[in-house]
Design a protein around this ligand. Structure first.
Ligand code: SF4
Ligand code: SF4
Length: 441
């Protein structure tokens, strides 16, 4: 497969028009992707609107700026994500209603986006389309893609590149591979339909002496967990491998009685298969991927916390190829110096060239990329083209259609804020300073 093209703009910003939201819009315009769409096309803008109390997800203005462009070009966008499996006991996005409330609390709603917000797999996550992978999958043969994403004419993935506890990292492939799958699609990609189960080490569980035992039972949607004074039992027959109890056990009880340590390579390849299923619902050229490699934290936006970044902000990378754009983000992160006071320091991953997330997670995090190459979804080879920033007055007028002072002028003439005040009585004038830029300390 030929190397894929990636458009890139740096995360640095010092002047007007250098906002990352504006840069993403300019990349989208320069890529020519919109020229391949028709007026009236329904465009699923797939993003992650953040878990409750997470503060690392992409800021709403980034998404709304792209939605505005789509609307200007005559498309019908909707911003979308799907219900969760759940993944942890307190997750706030398992029902469409909960997900919409969380999105609203995080700043995503019809008012802020300028288009509908749609939970693509419906109320309980059962509104989906079954896609046959036609023998291309690493692990999956069929996958459930969320209905609203599958039915849309086009797909714009806007993803936050960061680490992820189970997937190794999260970006384009996970945004559509996990985020584009319905609830039962998520069960499938985690291996539950094939029969994978968590690994139980019941002797580690102290039973009801664990302060979390009641939550441990309650967080299982299948009722598979029972904790007695004697210890733990899990009915693996009914367990759908949803991670809720495992997350509780590791993160709150500090025990690893329910876990799966060999999961990452297979999960990564299944995510790539699920991403392929999502792409199979789209005609060629109708999907485009924008990764924001900024706030690169070791954990995902599905948790209710956000750690400090492990490297500095890199920039915006975009491509028709979700595999290549993810691989480029990983390579650029690894090439960058790690940051102090982060897991990069904690895990000895500060050096330029150190494989940051591999060292932090203790494993190769590129399984999604490898799976996407193996199933023919994309390439791990790429060429990066630095996209020029349009700094013209026409560009300014796009984002700042008004100069507010023009409106103030006649108002000031009628009702100047300083009218009638003895201004000299309010204080002393600034004295001339010899070196106003660098005054002597
Ligand atoms: S027992 Fe299985 S289904 Fe129940 S919470 Fe744990 S992982 Fe999820
Ligand atoms: S959280 Fe872990 S240690 Fe606590 S009751 Fe559940 S399985 Fe046992």
């Amino acid at each position: 497969m030929a190397p894929s093209k990636i458009w890139f703009m740096n995360a640095r910003a010092r002047r007007f028009l250098e906002s990352t939201a504006i840069k993403a819009r300019q990349i989208l315009e320069q890529s020519g992707w919109l020229d391949g769409l028709k007026r009236g096309d329904i465009v699923a803008v797939k993003t992650h609107m953040g878990e409750a109390y997470n503060v690392g997800y992409l800021r709403p203005v980034i998404i709304s700026t792209l939605v505005t462009l789509l609307k200007e070009r005559g498309m019908r966008p909707f911003v979308t994500d799907t219900t969760t499996m759940p993944y942890h006991p307190w997750i706030s996005r398992t029902l469409a209603m909960d997900h919409l409330e969380t999105a609203n609390n995080n700043g995503f709603n019809q008012g802020s986006m300028g288009c509908p917000i749609v939970i693509a797999d419906g109320w309980l996550g059962t509104d989906d389309m079954l896609v046959d992978l036609q023998g291309r999958g690493n692990y999956l043969t069929k996958q459930f893609v969320a209905r609203a994403i599958a039915d849309a004419d086009a797909l714009l993935s806007v993803a936050h590149f960061k680490g992820h506890p189970a997937g190794g990292y999260g970006a384009s492939l996970k945004n559509i591979g996990v985020g584009g799958a319905s609830k039962r699609g998520k069960m499938n990609l985690h291996g539950a339909l094939a029969g994978d189960k968590p690994v139980i080490d019941a002797k580690l569980c102290p039973g009801r002496r664990c302060e979390w035992w009641q939550v441990c039972e309650d967080c299982c949607p299948e009722g598979s967990v029972k904790v007695t004074d004697e210890g733990l039992t899990v009915d693996l027959e009914s367990c759908v491998y949803c991670f809720a109890c495992a997350n509780l056990c590791v993160n709150m009880a500090g025990v690893k009685a329910i876990q799966r340590f060999d999961h990452l390579p297979t999960l990564g390849r299944r995510i790539a298969d699920s991403a392929l299923a999502c792409m199979m619902t789209k005609d060629p050229g109708k999907a485009f991927f924008v990764n924001f490699a900024m706030d690169i934290t070791p954990y995902c936006d599905c948790y209710g916390w956000t750690d400090t970044p492990i490297v500095n902000g890199i920039g915006i990378l975009a491509s028709y190829d979700p595999v290549a754009v993810d691989k480029a983000c990983i390579d650029m992160m690894n090439a960058a110096p790690g940051l102090l006071n982060s897991e990069a320091e904690e895990f000895g991953a500060l050096a330029c060239g150190a494989k940051k997330l591999n060292l932090i997670k203790g494993k190769d995090i590129e399984a999604q990329v490898q799976g996407g190459v193996a199933n023919g979804l994309g390439s791990d080879e790429y060429v990066i083209e630095e996209a020029p920033l349009d700094r013209s007055q026409a560009a300014i007028n796009t984002f700042y259609p008004e100069i507010p002072a023009r409106k103030l002028k006649p108002m000031y003439e009628r009702n100047h804020p300083l009218k009638g005040l003895d201004t000299a009585s309010f204080g002393r004038q600034t004295e001339l300073m010899k070196d106003p830029i660098c005054p002597k300390k």
